[in-house]
Design a protein. Structure first.
Length: 348
């Protein structure tokens, strides 16, 4: 270990200069210090814990905090060797999680509650987004969600079993108003009487690129209760590896704080995973997240990024039961745990 010899000599000189007593006392102090130093130098570095996280869709700004934590070394700082895998339309995240193909997935309250009802032992440990970013894109003559009577509303199949029952009951809309949404904006562009489901970072951006004047209404602003982009894992993982879960949650929330401040490192990894993602789309998505305070609003403002509460989970459970999307007997309290996010305390 030639490289350590100058360090050893300086350490010995330092001890001689400061230890009082005779030669024997100084020699004993030097030997003790050098032994401790040798043991420290010889100790192997602790290997980082491998973690695989599966996202909910192709890489995008909505996953920015996780990519940022990887790109900037935050995960490594917390002793984690993280691999991010993209989701997509043909990827069943809950199935892969249950099969042990991922340690964490980015999920959604309805998905987790339905999984619990089906007997899948999953649980949510943090909520990146304080609100579901799902909303409605309308032409600029519509001034609120209450103004959709007489409009044709494009709803995807997943919307029929999530937000549509809520919107229909709240404003008295009917199933006769709906048409399938096929993720093609041309019907919306062609007909001023059409409104459509939308995410703030996606369809409004495409409409802007096509120079169509629109309004976007976030369902959460009118009381739609669920969280989104949650961190979901198996209950066995929580029991067997609580330290890994705690470190992953805290590091991910630090990643979100970092991404909101300077997204460049995370965006570089997002574009690497999803080359079709443009700089313009990423910038628009981040601007919308900031505008709507998806990460920093709600309880996150006072409890920290990723915050969840019992009250919000009960609202989601109550809505699902009322809309007949969930059986009243479902063990909704097992669908989440507050133990990790309450100690993370990553303030916006």
């Amino acid at each position: 270990m030639p490289i350590l010899q100058p360090v050893v000599r300086r350490l010995a000189s330092f001890i001689r200069a400061r230890v009082r007593g005779g030669r024997a006392a100084r020699r004993a102090a030097i030997c003790s210090a050098l032994l401790s130093f040798a043991l420290f130098a010889a100790a192997p570095a602790r290997a980082a814990d491998p973690v695989t996280v599966l996202t909910s869709w192709y890489a995008q700004a909505e996953h920015g905090g996780f990519y940022q934590a990887l790109a900037t070394g935050i995960y490594r700082k917390y002793g984690l060797d993280v691999t991010i895998r993209m989701g997509g339309p043909q990827v069943n995240g809950m199935q892969l999680l249950a099969a042990g193909r991922a340690d964490f997935i980015l999920g959604y309250d309805f998905q987790v509650l339905s999984g619990v009802e089906s007997g899948i032992p999953v649980t949510t440990v943090a909520a990146s987004f304080q609100f579901d970013p799902q909303g409605m894109l309308t032409h600029d003559d519509v001034t609120s969600l209450a103004g959709l009577k007489g409009k044709t509303i494009l709803v995807a199949g997943s919307g029929q079993t999530s937000w549509w029952p809520w919107l229909k009951a709240k404003y008295g809309y009917t199933d006769a108003q709906t048409r399938p949404y096929t993720f093609n904006l041309q019907p919306f562009f062609a007909d001023g009487n059409v409104a459509m489901q939308a995410y703030p970072s996606s369809e409004p951006y495409q409409a802007g690129q096509a120079h169509v004047n629109t309004h976007f209404f976030l369902f959460a602003d009118d009381g739609y209760p669920p969280y989104n982009t949650t961190i979901v894992t198996m209950r066995d993982t929580v029991k067997a590896k609580p330290d890994v879960v705690a470190r992953f949650v805290k590091a991910s929330m630090e990643g979100w704080k970092s991404y909101l401040a300077d997204p460049a490192p995370g965006n570089a990894l997002i574009r690497k995973d999803n080359p079709q993602m443009t700089d313009g789309q990423l910038a628009f998505g981040l601007a919308q997240m900031k505008k709507l305070r998806l990460v920093t609003g709600g309880d996150a403002a006072t409890l920290g990024i990723g915050a969840m509460t019992d009250a919000r989970w009960q609202k989601t459970y109550d809505y699902m039961v009322g809309a007949k999307l969930l059986k009243p007997s479902a063990d909704w309290r097992s669908a989440y745990t507050l133990q990790f996010i309450q100690t993370a305390k990553v303030m916006p």
